[in-house]
Design a protein around this ligand. Sequence first.
Ligand SMILES: [Zn+2]
Length: 130
Amino acid sequence: MVSTRDLYAEDRNVYAYRCPKCGVLYHPAPMVCKGCRNRRDPSEAVFPDFEKVPMGGPCRLLSWTRIYALPEGIDRPSIAFGIVEFDNGLRAAGQLMVADPQSGARLIAKSGLVRELVGRDFYGLQLFEA
Ligand SMILES: [Zn+2]
């Protein structure tokens, strides 16, 4: 039996979405599959929803920037922010945890705490040296 604590546990993963008809992966989730025109229905009332696949693992840094004007809840003077491409071709944005980022570098993406507000934490991809 699932405990109440597990039932209401915060989902800290970042997901890709797989089309149930043709198997193509997307991030972020589309409303219509580009490959087979299958429609996504998160309510599952009419169509089956796309399968959620946790993202992470080896990737390559395509581009990055450093941001100094940060919103509330990020307790540091600046953050580096990167776009990575995974080996399966998916691209995603993440917080760079690398001191001296170089475009083209191999990195490892993991889900982690990216922003803290009162009563609410935000999780996203964090990018580490491979
Ligand atoms: Zn499809």
